[in-house]
Design a protein around this ligand. Structure first.
Ligand code: PLP
Length: 405
């Protein structure tokens, strides 16, 4: 077992050896520029890019011409949101999103607010999910775009994408969904789900970092975007710049593997996730699931441990690589904006851990991680007089439990 055990698959994934193998020739003997039209080097590269486009399109039920290559989801989100806002500004200037979106969406929305757009930030329910009625209630005559993620990267909660897609289409409003965490983990079908734009990132599905795509619908409706990167007119003018052929080949291969192996892999990861959940909830008291038990990713478990402080817990389980719900800022420890939007109390937010389970996670690793976490929580709670009181049944609602900052 290699220590620390990697359980941060929502942050990034290792490149699958099959993906690496597919990429390697494109660094050396097949190094051509996919835009070179006059020789075999260029044709070979272009052919490889078109194959990848097909592999990616097949994963999400799109047509290859609807795939635009970018440097990753952050760039795809910038292109989708800014590109659509600029293109459709005359139609309206209102955008709907949620407080639980990734910072890439929230910060682009802030940027657009500074340029005269109005953004409604819906508050998700306590499980992190946005309801379709909530979206319906926020739509206005001047709404041009709804941006809601498929699956949340911190708590794994799924939004009702299909219902939101149907609603947006019935009103003639564009629907963008950040599928960075969902693609390859859950069935995604842009036709059935009526999504107009969607982003995927290579490094979240066992492909390389620095490559991603934006799916842009070409029919019913045909989505038009103002390019955010000007230059040689690559990617049908939507994203200029010489294509990163080896990474694109890798992303294509990663999507193909994800498509073929998705049913078996999601069954395997969710079984491991359930095992971890059963152990934590069976062997510890005062634990809180952050997320939605029904609508969730198969490979994510986010748990808060009352009466322990997050930083001490992370330090106490140094043989397990996980993320916590606290984000260190320069002056203070800020709880995650997602947990805050879900109204998780500050103390519980600070003591939250995200466990990410992936293609290479084994049962042995998972049990090792569970043992470490359970032992660390018990050890830390020995120091907590409040935990003792809670065990004795003292009502702690009146007691302000504050994690030390
Ligand atoms: N959106 C979500 C939901 C994510 O999890 C991430 C990755 O952290 C991103 C967007 C940004 O992706 P990228 O690293 O490809 O820019």
């Amino acid at each position: 077992m290699k220590l620390p055990i990697y359980m941060d698959y929502q942050a990034t994934t290792p490149v699958d050896p099959r993906v690496l193998e597919a990429m390697l020739p494109y660094f050396t003997e097949r190094f051509g520029n996919a835009a070179s039209r006059n020789h075999r080097y260029g044709w070979e590269a272009e052919e490889a890019v078109e194959k990848a486009r097909q592999q990616i399109a097949a994963l999400i039920g799109a047509s290859p011409k609807e795939i635009v290559f970018t440097s990753g989801s952050t760039e795809s989100i910038n292109l989708a949101l800014k590109g659509a806002a600029e293109m459709y500004a005359e139609k309206g200037k209102h955008i709907v999103t949620s407080q639980a979106e990734h910072k890439a969406v929230l910060d682009v929305c802030k940027h657009l607010e500074q340029r005269g757009f109005e953004v409604t930030y819906l508050q998700p329910d306590k499980s992190g999910r946005v309801g379709v009625e909530q979206v319906a209630g926020a739509l206005r005559a001047d709404t041009i775009l709804v941006a809601l993620m498929w699956a949340n990267n911190e708590v794994g909660t799924l939004n009702p994408v299909r219902e939101i897609g149907a609603l947006c289409h019935s009103k003639g409003i564009l629907f963008f969904s950040d599928a960075t965490q969902a693609a390859g983990k859950l069935p995604v079908d842009v036709e059935a789900d009526q999504v107009d734009m969607l982003c995927i990132s290579g490094h979240k599905l066992y492909g390389p970092k620095g490559v991603g795509v934006l799916y842009v619908r070409r029919r019913n409706p045909r989505v038009r975007l103002v390019a955010q990167m000007d230059g040689g007119g690559h990617e049908r003018g939507m994203r200029s710049g010489t294509l990163n052929v080896p990474s694109i080949v890798g992303l294509g291969q990663a999507c193909e593997i994800a498509r073929v192996e998705l049913p078996a892999e999601s069954a395997r990861t969710s079984e491991l996730r359930d095992h971890l959940e059963r152990r934590i909830f069976g062997e510890l008291d005062f634990v809180h699931l952050n997320g939605n038990r029904e609508h969730r990713l198969p490979n994510n478990l986010n748990v808060s441990f009352a009466f322990v402080e997050g930083e001490s817990l992370i330090m106490g389980i140094s043989d397990v690589a996980v993320s916590s719900g606290s984000a260190c800022t320069s002056a203070s420890l800020e709880p995650s904006h997602v947990l805050r939007a879900m109204q998780v109390g500050e103390d519980l937010a600070h003591s939250s851990i995200r466990f990410g389970i992936g293609r290479f996670t084994t049962r042995e690793e998972l049990d090792f991680a569970a043992n470490q976490v359970i032992a660390a929580v018990r050890r830390l709670r020995e120091l907590s007089p409040l935990y003792e009181m809670a065990q004795e049944g003292v009502d702690l609602k009146s007691v302000q439990w504050q994690a030390p900052h």
